[in-house]
Design a protein around this ligand. Structure first.
Ligand code: GLU
Length: 302
């Protein structure tokens, strides 16, 4: 085992895995295994209202049917509230996190800047303290300045955090910890050295790096893979009704994911056994062959 490389796959149990999830799983798995690294699995079930009953089990069964072998037990975010609360307490005592009383409507009425990933950049209303007579509904992290990083596939990227995102939520008004906090705390806790995931998460990365810096964590390496889209150019997702993977015939779907990732798949591999397919993929994995295109319309491996 290469102790220096530890990757992960972190699905949210909001529905079954689809061809886009498979590309992310295959990319992170092969990057880890081809370097004799570890590959961990984390179930991102922190956003409980979005969890779909039975989806987590279905995801685990599908990953098994596709021949993925993860190291150690699955980490469930729903068991991690204490760790997230500790991180929030650390940020509060450092004066980096503050209580925010604003409702969605108040933000919409006062925010003038669109945020980089949709929505509105928080205008900073409660930065200087809660308005008189108001209670904190959520907790936000103060952001400042420009944050740049180098992605192994996408190259150099930077965001002006205050303009592009605004002070972002750590603890939501409904009492749940936000995705950005949970992911950052867990990647550090699990000792992840390499994050390989879909480019749909690229805009979140500067926020996660900012949090790592605020919490004194190490910064992992990042590689954001091209996103699989359907014939209409939409990212495959539950919202765009992406078909679930078929756990009964993994090899052709695996081969399609490898082709999507630019791998020079030999003819006939779709007729190979599952273990043969993985043996070929691990032995021949070429990171440099992955297309960096953030969105490749129509190039669905489904
Ligand atoms: N849970 C996230 C998702 O399913 C992935 C988070 C990550 O890879 O950092 O989109």
């Amino acid at each position: 085992m290469n102790q220096l490389y530890r990757g992960r796959f972190a699905p949210s149990p909001t529905g079954p895995l689809h061809a886009g999830s498979l590309v992310a799983a295959v990319g992170s798995y092969l990057d880890a295994r081809s370097q004799h690294g570890e590959w961990l699995l984390r179930m991102e079930d922190v956003d409980t209202p979005r969890n779909v009953s039975g989806a987590a089990d279905d995801i685990l069964r599908t990953l098994e049917a596709f021949g993925f072998c993860w190291d150690g037990p699955v980490l469930w975010q729903s068991t991690r509230s204490e760790a997230y609360a500790e991180a929030l307490a650390q940020l509060r005592s450092a004066g980096l996190a503050y209580g925010c009383a604003c409702s969605r409507k108040e933000i919409a009425d006062s925010a003038s800047r669109p945020a980089i990933d949709g929505g509105l950049a928080y205008p900073g209303t409660c930065r200087v303290g809660l308005p008189a007579g108001r209670q904190a509904r959520a907790w936000r992290l103060r952001v400042d300045g420009e944050l740049g990083f180098v992605d192994r596939l996408q190259g150099h990227l930077s965001q002006q955090l205050e303009n592009d995102v605004g002070d972002f939520v750590l603890l939501r008004a409904d009492g749940l910890f936000a995705y950005q906090l949970a992911v950052t705390v867990d990647d550090e806790f699990q000792g992840i050295s390499d994050i390989v995931r879909g480019a749909d998460l690229l805009a979140s990365t500067p926020r996660q790096i900012w949090l790592q810096r605020c919490l004194g964590y190490r910064q992992p390496r990042y590689a954001h893979l091209p996103v699989v889209s359907n014939a209409a150019g939409e990212k495959l997702s539950k919202q765009t009704l992406a078909p679930a993977l078929d756990a009964g015939r993994p090899v052709p779907q695996l081969v399609a994911a490898l082709r999507f990732l630019g791998q020079a798949v030999p003819p006939g591999l779709e007729h190979a056994r599952l273990d043969e397919c993985w043996a070929w993929a691990i032995a021949h994995w070429q990171f440099s062959a992955i297309p960096s295109g953030r969105v490749i319309p129509g190039a669905s491996p489904a």
